[in-house]
Design a protein around this ligand. Sequence first.
Ligand code: BG6
Length: 797
Amino acid sequence: MKHPGCWKMLTVAMCVALLGCLQAQELRGHVSVILLGATGDLARKYLWRGLFQLYLDEAGKDYSFSFHGAALTSTKQGQAFIAKVLESLSCPEDVAPDRCSELKGQFQRLSAYRHLATREDYMALSKDIEAQVQRGGLREAGRIFYFSVPPFAYADIARNINSSCRPGPGAWLRVVLEKPFGHDHLSAQQLATELGGFFREEEMYRVDHYLGKQAVAQILPFRDQNRKALDGLWSRHHVERVEIIMKETVDAEGRTSFYEEYGVIRDVLQNHLTEVLTLVAMELPHNISSSESVLQHKLRAFRALRGLQKGSAVLGQYQAYSEQVRREQQKPDSFHSLTPTFAGVLVHMDNLRWEGVPFILMSGKALDERVGYARILFRNQAYCVQNDEHWVADQSRCLPRQIVFYIGHGELGSPAVLVSRNLFRPSLPPESWKELGARPGLRLFGRPLSDFYAYSPVREQDAYSVLISHIFHGRKDSFVTTENLLASWGFWTPLLDGLAHEVPRLYPGGAENGHLLDFEFGGARLCFSQQQPEQLVPGPGPAPMPSGFQVLKARYRESPLISAWPEELIAKLADDIEATAVRAVRRFGAFHLALSGGSSPVPLFQQLATRHYGFPWAHTHLWLVDERCVPLWDPESNFQHLQTHLLQHIRVPYYNIHPMPVHLRQRLCAEEDQGAQTYASEISALVANSSFDLVLLGMGADGHTASLFPQSPSGLDGEQLVVLTESPSRPFQRMSLSLPLINRARKVAVLVMGRVKREITVLVSRVGHEPKKWPISGVLPTSGQLVWYMDYEAFLG
Ligand code: BG6
């Protein structure tokens, strides 16, 4: 050997490196859990138990642990509190008592209280953890900070952790956050931005404890393991409806200061029920163990949710609630809360799988029972000739067919997955789900338990224990990401805004509610099944029923005027439009209808969509009276409005729909693109004599009609059929039919609704033909008919 010295050195170096590697591998990982708010209610009820369960599951495996209970209480009080909570922890049935008490002793020794308030406290904690790791010859694996504190405390704590208590390189940080995550879209965004300044997205675990409920956590695995059977069933072709329900018997006493700010929609529907909804409705990823893929699919489900209208919800409040608020918050006797403690909401999804399927979300306090479930009810497409006495549960196609993820409580008393026997025998993981034994006499959803294949968890686990284990294992799919959170608030906030001043129906609470809260849906609207017996909350006085009034016929600006309460007026207008359509189709083979945007026609569209089955849509051409210069998919677009409220509910051939070409060559209403001329040519080509059968107009409070505005010269006279105009309000650029084109119509209907129109109605009744000042005054069909439709508020004030 030429250089024996070199070989020796090399060998030594390799040995040292190998030893280093071995040592690094052998060092046991250490995990520190810091429970902030360790003396609070949630910690006492669930979190310490969850941490103990984590220790029972993981002790002796790859990691060592320390548990730091932190709060602002004095050390002495905190220690005493924690000692008491730890002492009270009971052993689960599936752990042998000896082993459990040994592990409990260890858990008690590993848990300590510490006062954590200032930045220095956090620095000291970090130092202590490092020292402990070193002393034990360990390697730091990670730190979990569980925020069981009110949201106002988040920012300070987050700042302190970020600046002074992050683990060193190679170890992870996980912060666990509890709802409420904001109050609406804006506040949630602000909170998310604030937290995003301290933590990376992958470090944040936002808890929705419903994702830890066993039946909820089983939704995706169930869909995955039963793909074959469900593939043909899980869609609008077979599902009649989906119910996602959380009923409670408790009320809000003791937490009205929280509840007053949130109410049931923010407290339960926006989070728990929405999470369940997405799990049921989302497309199933190929690999459900990929958190990333699950979260992306969930996000897509959010995008398919159809926007909610005020009419999509019914609200209630248990009768004692206002009194509880007055008492707990020292409010005067005159105080009445509008906070809903009960809500039913009808949700639709606009995608090919679920279009038309109603998803009913409902939750309430002070109801007759405590129960939660997601129930998928399938259509019954069979007819059974034999008498129902001969129907057999697993064979009859006529018995109800349903799959229920039974979250808990209720008659059954435990979580379960139920599948009607006439559907298929499901497959569930036998190590964690077992078949339920017979329970004679027990009926669920109107059927004996024996009608179902019924499974319950082998080991019942509390949601927080499940989630704490998922946090430890870094399973992010059981948590709410920032994107999903904002998507959910984006969905709920418009409804919450719309309902802010709505008076909820009062209910007595418990079994006495009777059928007072039952609700039903028609189209996109939800309403209570029973009329409100009396006005229980002092309001503006009992409103007269529209049916109590006659439709009033008179004249306005020398043309016929029809006036009524809104509901009757809309019904009359819809009838008149249908009659005109039927006549036009009979005479000319087609009906050309030009519709305005804005909010007044919305109820008309809804009426036409839900009540007019004889409407000759197949021969109707739909045109736009005017359009905002925004893309057609923009919520501000008149076409989008039409799409939401009418088109998607009716069957009009695509080639009969004529949106205005405001978006050409990737730009909006550019003169050079000649969009107005293109529309005019289309009209000339398809509408005989460019004479619409019916033009529906509105009247703005400034006297504008279509998108023809006072003091804006274009479109009031001349040859042009379609013009670009300027609106005084956003979006400024518009496209509009011109007055000369409108006046060529066979019939023009002007719909005017609401008290805000009262002044202009009076003014316009007195003026002559002055389209420059009041474009509406220029509406006078050359040979056609003009009819005014005004509700009483617009006409009589
Ligand atoms: C909480 C709500 O998130 O969930 C409470 O804030 C509600 O109002 C509770 O009572 C219901 O949870 P569980 O686990 O009892 O169904």
